[in-house]
Write a protein that binds this ligand. Structure first.
Ligand SMILES: Nc1ncnc2c1ncn2[C@@H]1O[C@H](COP(=O)(O)OP(=O)(O)OP(=O)(O)O)[C@@H](O)[C@H]1O
Ligand SMILES: [Mg+2]
Length: 423
């Protein structure tokens, strides 16, 4: 208590004011004081009346925070933890005892977002209550998560900020689900568009091919006109091949399925695949043990394998290793993939792995789009992977890609395992 106030109480015998108290543990507390000078057997004593009530309030507030399903953290002016509820523990892993008095930067703020958080903190201390943010945070076990921070500066009696209350939500999963949904919707839209165009275009091509064939038959293959017409016919066939791929992507082609063992299918395709990738690439097949059977269109799965193998080859111009692997996989809970959330259950995994140049994240985000290619004109049309995507989706399967620049790429496909009668 300041000397001036004491003087006033001594003089008037009474004063009412709000102030702050530092407790033994170093906490600064707001207190409302009604002070009265009392004459107690000749000695002057001062009584502070409302202090008790305020502490009770605070205890009540703490209890409410404990029970809050939302993570609540109270920071002191030095950005150290003053209060940390169980919901905060659930997000970050630290118990309240582990964090009390510790600075945010030593706990949950990764180095790379510290400048941003510093900025927000300055604004909060200046009582800016719009200083919210979405940023990455660290958990006790070292995971990086994405959090949504709603911050409120808490002011003391004199109007200055003495604490900050933060309410936090872990939005990591929500974000990735949103991203997946966006991706799936985009592919769906592109599929519809491409499928529609391809369908009409195919009809036009059928006419062009038919008429050019008719004229070739009339003028003969050996005349000059005949040779030119054959060129037109060949180019027309190439165009038809492209639209065929687009139709596969948009899943307009019917499936002709059979229940089979993927290992057998791959075994049969190994020769062709080996020829496709060439001798400078080491090629290995690791068949899964007692592989569950799947219901697939074998011709379409062969197309998937060939496309993935050719891409792998193109990613390893100086040689490398290409591995095809199959395995039974059981997912206990949902699992993310490019093409949605893989449902829990029994799956057959087909992985195609290369040690090629890999791709950055921006490329990975677009590879399944039709006509997306990083290859030079004439070399790639950018339809290979969109077709792969279409085939996998049509089989009710999932595909994911994992890639690191200069390290390699793995495409993993999951196809639903057929439940056998007697295992
Ligand atoms: N294994 C891989 N390693 C590195 N990049 C790859 C790999 N597979 C695909 N890509 C990238 O994805 C792009 C799209 O592949 P996609 O198969 O759809 O088309 P493309 O191979 O370029 O042409 P197309 O297959 O029609 O001949 C490629 O251009 C390449 O940038
Ligand atoms: Mg390709």
């Amino acid at each position: 208590m300041g000397g001036k106030i004491l003087e006033k109480i001594i003089h008037d015998g009474y004063d009412e004011f709000e102030t702050q108290h530092r407790t033994k543990s170093g906490d600064v507390r707001d207190v409302q004081v009604v002070a009265q000078g009392v004459n107690l057997s000749g000695r002057r004593v001062f009584q502070t009346v409302f202090r008790e009530a305020l502490q009770k309030n605070e205890a009540h507030l703490r209890l409410q925070m404990e029970r809050m399903p939302i993570a609540c953290i109270v920071w002191n002016r030095d950005f150290c933890v003053e209060s940390w509820n169980p919901a905060a523990q659930k997000i970050f892993g630290f118990t309240a005892t582990e964090v009390l008095g510790k600075h945010a930067f030593n706990l949950i703020v990764p180095r790379k977002v510290q400048p941003l958080v510093d900025d927000i903190w300055e604004r909060l201390l200046a009582a800016d209550d719009t200083a919210h943010s979405i940023n990455e945070n660290l958990t006790k076990d070292g995971r990086t998560i994405l959090c949504d921070w709603l911050n409120t500066p808490l002011k003391g009696a004199d109007g200055s900020v003495i604490r900050v209350l933060s309410m936090v939500q872990d939005i990591t999963e929500k974000r990735s689900l949103e991203e997946q949904l966006r991706q799936a919707q985009k592919m769906e839209a592109i599929g519809q568009l491409a499928g529609g165009i391809a369908h009409d275009f195919n009809n036009v091509l059928t006419g062009i091919l038919g008429y050019s064939q008719m004229i070739v038959d009339q003028v003969g293959r050996d005349s000059e006109v005949g040779r030119d017409l054959i060129q037109i016919h060949e180019l027309g066939k190439r165009a038809a091949g492209l639209t065929q791929q687009l139709l596969t992507f948009s899943r307009k082609q019917p499936l002709q399925t059979a229940v089979l063992n993927l290992n057998t299918l791959i075994d049969d395709a190994l020769k062709i695949l080996a020829r496709l990738v060439g001798a400078q690439i080491e090629f290995k097949f690791i068949p899964g043990h007692r592989l569950s059977r799947v219901e697939v269109d074998p011709r379409q799965i062969e197309q998937v394998l060939m496309n993935l193998a050719i891409n792998a080859r193109d990613a390893m111009p100086d040689g490398g290793r290409l591995t095809i692997e199959t395995a039974n996989v059981i997912f206990k809970k949902e699992h993310p993939a490019i093409s949605g959330q893989i449902k829990a259950g029994r799956w057959v995994m087909l992985a195609v792995r290369d040690t090629g140049h890999g791709m950055d994240e921006a490329t990975q985000a677009r590879i399944f789009e039709p006509f997306f290619t990083s290859k030079k004109e004439e070399k790639g049309t950018g339809l290979g992977l969109s077709m792969v995507y279409g085939i996998v989706k049509k089989h009710g399967g999932y595909i994911r890609v994992d890639s690191k620049v200069n390290q390699g790429t793995t495409f993993t496909i999951y196809l639903s395992a057929v439940e056998e009668q007697d295992a």
